[in-house]
Ligand binder design. Sequence first.
Ligand SMILES: Nc1nc2c(ncn2[C@@H]2O[C@H](COP(=O)(O)OP(=O)(O)OP(=O)(O)O)[C@@H](O)[C@H]2O)c(=O)[nH]1
Ligand SMILES: [Ca+2]
Ligand SMILES: [Mg+2]
Length: 681
Amino acid sequence: MAAPDGRVVSRPQRLGQGSGQGPKGSGACLHPLDSLEQKETQEQTSGQLVMLRKAQEFFQTCDAEGKGFIARKDMQRLHKELPLSLEELEDVFDALDADGNGYLTPQEFTTGFSHFFFSQNNPSQEDAGEQVAQRHEEKVYLSRGDEDLGDMGEDEEAQFRMLMDRLGAQKVLEDESDVKQLWLQLKKEEPHLLSNFEDFLTRIISQLQEAHEEKNELECALKRKIAAYDEEIQHLYEEMEQQIKSEKEQFLLKDTERFQARSQELEQKLLCKEQELEQLTQKQKRLEGQCTALHHDKHETKAENTKLKLTNQELARELERTSWELQDAQQQLESLQQEACKLHQEKEMEVYRVTESLQREKAGLLKQLDFLSSQSEEEEEVFGIPRRSSLGLSGYPLTEEEPGTGEPGPGGPYPRPLRRIISVEEDPLPQLLDGGFEQPLSKCSEEEEVSDQGVQGQIPEAPPLKLTPTSPRGQPVGKEALCKEESSPSAPDRLFKIVFVGNSAVGKTSFLRRFCEDRFSPGMAATVGIDYRVKTLNVDNSQVALQLWDTAGQERYRCITQQFFRKADGVIVMYDLTDKQSFLSVRRWLSSVEEAVGDRVPVLLLGNKLDNEKEREVPRGLGEQLATENNLIFYECSAYSGHNTKESLLHLARFLKEQEDTVREDTIQVGHPAKKKSCCG
Ligand SMILES: Nc1nc2c(ncn2[C@@H]2O[C@H](COP(=O)(O)OP(=O)(O)OP(=O)(O)O)[C@@H](O)[C@H]2O)c(=O)[nH]1
Ligand SMILES: [Ca+2]
Ligand SMILES: [Mg+2]
């Protein structure tokens, strides 16, 4: 507490109950006084107790603010209420302030009063209290120099005390001195007013008492209120604390829950991350494994590549070597082919030589012919073959008609031969090939032979031949017909064998005669067995000899005909366009050809007797269609008029020549097999 002089003073414990304590606080202050009282009980009377109470009351008056001590200022405030000057009050304060610290504690105050009282008086024990108060008051009033009070008699004093007791003024009046002075003054000067004054005092005091009680009641109510308020505050405080506590707990709980959830979540995440990590590790391991494998593979591949490169180099070397060898082989092949070509040509020449030798036999045979002619009549009966034509074999002229006329020759009809076996004709070619041939070509004539000694011209009485009667290709030779060629300037470059087939009487023999001799003989006898002619053509500036094999169309010779297909270079199938049946047979002929040689050889389809348009039974379209279907060369011709005879054979010869050229080229070009060329068109 800040003292007026600025010093800090600790307030006495007993008085520190607060200013709000009021009288209760003052009561507590009595404790030290109690001990004092106990000490003084033996030596002082009950008046002392009164004095102490007075001192206490006076202290409270001075300490209006309830500080628990009295400052010099508090004392000076009494100046208006007490009949003392400021100086006098100062003196009183100094006297009471035993330790001189500038303020008075209740103990100092009371002790001061006691000293003052006991040093001045020695009152009786009965009214000690009143004596103390009175002495004190007297001292105060004495300082004012009031001598009248000192004159007041003991009676008056007793009277006044009785009056005060009666009124109970002690309880309400703090200071009776003024009242006492006034009462004494009235009693002395205006005694008749005394009763009025007393009444007035009575009323005043009773009012004061009432006010006092009321004040006490209010104080009590206030205390109760304060207590209730305190209680309420306490309650509220407790409630608040409880609430805070619960909220705190809740918060903690929530916090814990949140923390737990968070930690669980984090744990979960951690677990996930760990798994991911594990997976990644595994993946990495796997990739590492793959990497290693790939690395290994790479090495292996490298090694293999090196190996392959080496192999490649080796192969390249080998290829080079092989290509060299191949070139060698090709060169060899070429030379071989050239040799083969030479051989072929030689063979061809040989054929002609054979033809020549046969030619030499002619003379002998002619002699035999003369000899045999005498027996012809008999033989006709034995071997005669009926001819479907009106002439038949019997009607067949032994002497040919003159070339180009188509009419019987001037020699008149010979006795009819049973069949034609050999018809030897001379061809200029042998002479060209070998200049040693004696007979001139112009003398060549055709004669009919009447011998029936087999289809291969085997004549029993024939003289032994110098040369073999078979052709160089090992095939039977029937009749050698060397067609008269229009003055061929050089030896043939190549030779092709062509087999002529078709039903009987379609005109095969007539066609060949027309082609070779440019003649037509009506009433030609049916061919027996097989016959052949040779004719050289100029095809694109090269001499091509055609060996034309004329077969018998009659059914009985089919097996012989079949043999000839095998070595044929080309085939001619003929039908008679005035004979439907002959056309229908074409398919059968074609299949025979195919059976023997496949589709290797070109086929020329000829529809003969175009001159006899009136009796046509096979339309041209049918023939064309058949040719297209079977990839054939097709012509309609006439042996009678010579129409298309040469053209058709030239076509075939050209085709054969070109085919052979192609084959040769292909053979030279190794690795490119020859293909069969389409012959039609
Ligand atoms: N109008 C006409 N008649 C022909 C023609 N060609 C042949 N002839 C006649 O038809 C008949 C048969 O002629 P050949 O030449 O013997 O018939 P082929 O096909 O040789 O008969 P085979 O030898 O039995 O197979 C003869 O009477 C010929 O005169 C022709 O172009 N026109
Ligand atoms: Ca003091
Ligand atoms: Mg014939």
